[in-house]
Design a protein around this ligand. Sequence first.
Ligand code: ATP
Ligand code: MG
Length: 353
Amino acid sequence: MNNIILTGDRPTGNLHLGHYVGSLKTRIELQNKNDYDEYYIMIADTQALTDNANNVDKVKNNIIQVAIDYISAGIDPNKVTIFIQSQVPELFEITAYFMNLVSVSRLQRNPTIKDEIKQRGFEKSLPIGFLNYPVSQAADILAFNANIVPVGEDQMPVIEVTKEIAHSFNNTYGQVFREVKGLLPENKICARLPGLDGKLKMSKSAGNAIYLCDDEKTVKEKIMSAYTDPNHIKVADPGQIEGNIVFAYLDAFCKDEHFEKYLPEYKNLDELKAHYKRGGLGDVKVKLFLNNIINELLTPIRAKRKELEENVDKVYDILFEGGKKARASAQKMLKKIKEAMGLDYEKLKNKKN
Ligand code: ATP
Ligand code: MG
């Protein structure tokens, strides 16, 4: 069976390091492996509006930002179809059919949705569109017959909704959809990179992120402010690794060769951790090391971003072309869906004649 990959992001802000390790890196690896027939990345503007109804400009302006982030991080638009969700209206018709296959309470019980409702203060007044976003996401995935969906850990329960809808559709109307697999990064910390505050996951909405477009100075300031071990006051004090954000980021980004380059007195991360735990290693030294690693990653991304920023129209063209291609695919699937449901009214007409 052919592999079709679909994944996406909400244009609610620039992409951050959580996106990079959680999903973008896997996307780039998949792209370079070439083991797929079709590959789509969707900028989910309609989904972003479900909690930004009064902030259309934010969503609109971030579409291009997210597209620039993708391409500067290594997504190749010649291999991957990048498109804007609202430019494929078939997705919303599919959503309408899927909405009948899942109950309100099922969505309300979903752990990710529950957290997100709380985080957004939606307990008292919950927009229907927000509660419905997992259904709309199922349409986004199934409209392309995608079987591989690279995501971060927070999205796994949402992917479950897609699986349930696909099963329910197949049982009710006949087999149309195949199994969908949410693909997590192998390194556990990368599946849910914590924010600089050490509390929530790194997220655009929580204001605790290092963005791929942050300049060197900003990255350094953010790393210097990252939550470490509040009891590690003097350099000589023994330090704690668990919950220490700087070490969490090192777990996500550090490779042995970084030591040779930036901190040759240690061979690897285990040695550095052991020293920190023993005492005698200050936070600043570890933070400066992390800063070097992050800047090494971001320097080429920043350079590519600068190039693209000078040619924004070209990036819009990529998105609009992608939209046409994605729409053609979704139209084919919508036809299959309607046939399975018996909504192919043209056939009735042919019967009469
Ligand atoms: P928002 O706060 O607006 O929801 P976000 O930062 O959560 O934004 P999304 O666009 O919702 O970003 O998520 C896009 C993809 O990135 C999803 O697959 C999600 O699982 C993944 N992702 C987001 N944050 C992280 C993180 N901190 N660690 C790993 N993956 C993440
Ligand atoms: Mg999110």
